[in-house]
Structure formats: C-alpha cells, structure tokens
Design a protein around this ligand. Structure first.
Ligand SMILES: NC(=O)c1ccc[n+]([C@@H]2O[C@H](COP(=O)([O-])OP(=O)(O)OC[C@H]3O[C@@H](n4cnc5c(N)ncnc54)[C@H](OP(=O)(O)O)[C@@H]3O)[C@@H](O)[C@H]2O)c1
Length: 272
C-alpha cells in the first residue's frame, strides 16, 4: 500500500505527541501540528520519524491561522487519510482569542469544527479515511445560548467540560453527514492522563490534580493508544460515529440529533 498521511494537532507534547509517535510506528507520514516553533522542533526531534514526520505551525485559536494552515496542507499533500483533532486547553480565567471568541471554545471546539470542514473534501477524496476527535468523559454543561460564558460564572472545569461535550456532539453530527463517503468520524476519551493539560491550575487544585495523576494517571503513551488504534486499525475500518475508551465502545449520553444540528449551526455561524 502506498504511504498514508496523518495530521495530528497539539502534537508538541502530551497525548498528541504520543499519537504522532504511534502513527509513525504504524507507518504513516505524520504532520505534527504545533503552535510554538521551539516546542514543535523539540517534539519532532524526540519523535525521530525522519522524513516521515514534518512540523507545521498553527495557532488553532485563530481562524485565519487555521485557514492558512489548511491551505498549506492541501497544497503539500495530495492525500490525507487521518485527521486527529487533539489540541486542547483548560484555562482558569476567561480570555478571548484573536477572533473575539472565548479561548476554550475557540481552541477546543471551533478549531476541531473549522479544520475538519476545510480538510473534509481532501479526506473524502482520499477515502478510506478517518477523523478522530479527542474528547473526554469529563463533559457536560453545554448551553447553546451562552457557549462563551458571558452570562455564567467562568469556572475552568465547567468551561472545559462544555467544550468536551461539544466535541462529542460535533463528532456525531459529522458522522451522520459522512455516512457512505468512506470517511469515518469517532470520538475518544484518552483516560486521565499525566500531561500538561492542568498547567493553568494553581494552589490546592494543582496539588489535588498532581496527587490524582500520581495515583491513577495514565502515561501519555497509554492515553494515546485508543486514538492511534482508531486511526489505524483494520478492526475499526468503516466504524463511524462511536465513542471509545480503552479500545471499547462506550455509551454517549449526548446524542440528540436536533441539539447536535443546532450546535453545528452555531459553530458555522461563529466562523469568521
Ligand atoms: N490529560 C487528560 O487527562 C485528558 C483527559 C481527557 C481528554 N483529554 C484531551 O486530550 C487532548 C490533549 O490534551 P493533553 O492532556 O495532551 O494536554 P497538553 O499536554 O496540555 O497538550 C495540549 C496540546 O495542545 C496544544 N495547543 C493548545 N492550544 C493550542 C493552540 N491554540 N494552537 C495549537 N496547539 C495548541 C498544546 O501546544 P503547546 O505545547 O504549544 O502548549 C499541546 O501540544 C485535549 O483535547 C484534552 O481535552 C485529556
């Protein structure tokens, strides 16, 4: 089989870097998408994929940067077989990104939505192809009338959980539209993973997370396993619209077609 190409966002560290490593081990050419050049170069050196790994820079909080990035990917890669939307943040204070959108929603939700939309035709033309969205079981509190926490008190956990609920629901919406195209979309919970995700936490919250990580936290390699499997294994060829953890299907309580459609329409309307 000729070379297959995969793109992993947020691959400078954490779960994303290990997903990139796993896909390199599966023989893919891997686009390692990072926002910071220094961290990206360090990740690339650590991954050691030779000419099968390439660094591309993108700030996923910026829709202009996402568009520019997608254009470069389409110019450079005639085929794209795997897209792993992984980059995510868990901020503790409310910040607004370059498009005037709250940063968690911009990074964890709008970037998944927009990047997938911009690359979808290339994925379809490269079918069989797969989209894997890194979501979480830590999810809920989605309020379509206040996704940017303008009316609700900004609590990091709730803001993050809302974004991860949206990631799952956008996956189901996408999977419905992809039926019959040869492209699949699945969502994955990586487990509780010792990564840099809690970097914004301070004080007691930081100590508690550190202690939890030490007791039950998975390594980033373990956290990447199901995503790599979903992106590459013949066992899940053609499987579409499911939620996975530890290579097992799990029920998702956020399945509601009308709600999913409203969310996708809201995201479309937030594309600048
Ligand atoms: N860790 C867990 O227990 C856990 C559990 C469930 C789900 N998840 C999900 O797993 C995914 C990966 O998280 P992680 O735990 O590996 O966290 P992490 O170690 O903090 O890694 C996050 C990655 O996203 C990148 N990123 C953040 N904002 C970006 C932006 N604006 N543009 C481009 N890249 C950006 C980071 O880049 P920099 O290096 O430049 O910061 C980094 O590469 C997230 O979607 C998260 O929600 C994690």
């Amino acid at each position: 089989m000729s070379q297959r190409t995969a793109l992993v966002t947020g691959a400078s560290t954490g779960i994303g870097k290990e997903i990139a490593r796993g896909l390199l081990a599966e023989g893919f050419h891997v686009v390692v998408a990072c926002r910071d050049e220094g961290r990206g170069r360090a990740a690339l050196a650590d991954l050691g994929g030779g000419d099968r790994a390439e660094l591309e820079l993108v700030d996923l909080a910026s829709q202009a940067a996402i568009r520019d990035f997608a254009r470069r990917i389409l110019d450079r890669h005639a085929a794209l077989h795997v897209l792993v939307n992984n980059a995510g943040i868990w901020p503790q204070t409310r910040e607004v990104g370059p498009d005037g959108i709250e940063l968690t929603w911009a990074t964890n939700v709008m970037a998944y939505h927009l990047l997938t939309a911009l690359l979808l035709d290339r994925l379809k033309a490269s079918a069989p192809a797969r989209v894997v969205n890194v979501a979480s079981t830590f999810a809920g509190k989605l309020d379509l009338d206040d996704v940017q926490f303008e009316r609700r008190k900004f609590r990091g956990a709730a803001v993050y959980a809302q974004s991860k609920q949206a990631d799952r629901m956008l996956t189901w919406e996408l999977a419905g539209r992809l039926a019959g195209t040869g492209v699949t979309a699945n969502a994955v919970h990586p487990g509780l993973v010792r990564s840099e995700l809690g970097r914004g936490l301070t004080g007691l919250k930081r100590s508690l997370l550190g202690a939890t990580y030490r007791v039950i936290g998975k390594t980033t390699k373990q956290g990447a396993d199901t995503a790599v499997w979903l992106a590459s294994s013949p066992e899940v060829e053609g499987v579409n619209g499911e939620f996975w953890t530890s290579r097992r299907k799990v029920r998702c309580r956020f399945r509601d077609e009308a709600h999913q459609r409203r969310l996708a329409e809201l995201c479309d309307a937030m594309v600048r």
